[in-house]
Write a protein that binds this ligand. Sequence first.
Ligand SMILES: Cc1ncc(COP(=O)(O)O)c(C=O)c1O
Length: 371
Amino acid sequence: MKLIIPKKIMDLKPYVPGKPIEQVQRERGLQKVIKLASNENPLGPSPKAIEAIFKNAEESNYYPEDDSYYLREALSEFTKFPKEWIIVGAGGAEIIKMVAIAFMENGDKSIIPEKSFLMYTLAVQEVVGSEGIIKVPLTKDYRIDIEGIIKSLNEKVKIIWIANPNNPTGTVIKKSELEKLLSEMKEDQLLVYDEAYNEYVDDPDFPFGFDYLRKGEKRIIVLRTFSKIYGLAGLRVGYAVCHPEIVNVLFKVKTPFNVPRISQEAALSALNDEEHVKKSIETNKKGRVFLSKAFEEMKIKCLPSQANFITIIPEFDPILLYEKLLEKGIIVRPTKSFEMPEGLRITIGKEEDNIYLVNVLKEILNELRKV
Ligand SMILES: Cc1ncc(COP(=O)(O)O)c(C=O)c1O
């Protein structure tokens, strides 16, 4: 056999996920392992979603509704946008791929901030190769550099990709920054505005994409997910809200039956479980304050986060710290694969997990700072 692989595929570096709990238990012979690596909801799925999964399991011999009909209807009610403005994907990750496939062709460019969610880079590279990517470094204080993005705009740029809050830094761009960017973009340029973590934000100056769509801005594709606040990462459901002309194009490239029935039904139930969402936000807020304060007291540099994770920049090799935490059964995420070799991203967990993390970190720091 002689495989002929396109260069753009050869150049791809596959997505590096957080280590699963089972793998660490297996490899390290540990019983107690906590995962603070993939920004999952530590409270689990909404009980209403679990009920929906069981209720719909028996229908799994049938294909699901291809266009996630009832979920889109519920999302329409939730977002106050017509159903025609909404498309559902197998996680936000699938929609990211759909957007790259639908709107990029050879010669086109995408602007992607450095130290951001890797799926944007992978999706664009898969479609047009790495020559289609313009990377813009973050500011010195790890914020997305809107001025830098504006300077990189040219007529070849088709899409600008922004996660707000950004992953892995947790930092946010402000209303005035988003508005400046929109005012500099041409009519034929699109902004993928990824709000995967929006529910965790408490900054009053945070720009919600929906507000701009409502004001008539047609170039924004707002991405949302059920993987974070709704605790359904394992069921793979995300959605985009954007102008129906864009939705129609995305439907052209959608995989048939992309979202399983149990996922659609669980998402619909989770959407209606306001209590679980509220509890998840409160747990995260408390954990964020607790961990930020603990990092400060331990004199570990950490970035100001508006999300459900905090990224630290330790004074010594982060991989060494990562390994030491693994030895104690705590999985965190080195940010090396996010073009940020200096950091470790830590998902905010349940109260007891956060306390355990801080105690273990104190021990490790004592040991490392002595040498
Ligand atoms: C910024 C951002 N966008 C989108 C996603 C995609 O999530 P999912 O594909 O699980 O919906 C993630 C997941 O971590 C993320 O961090």
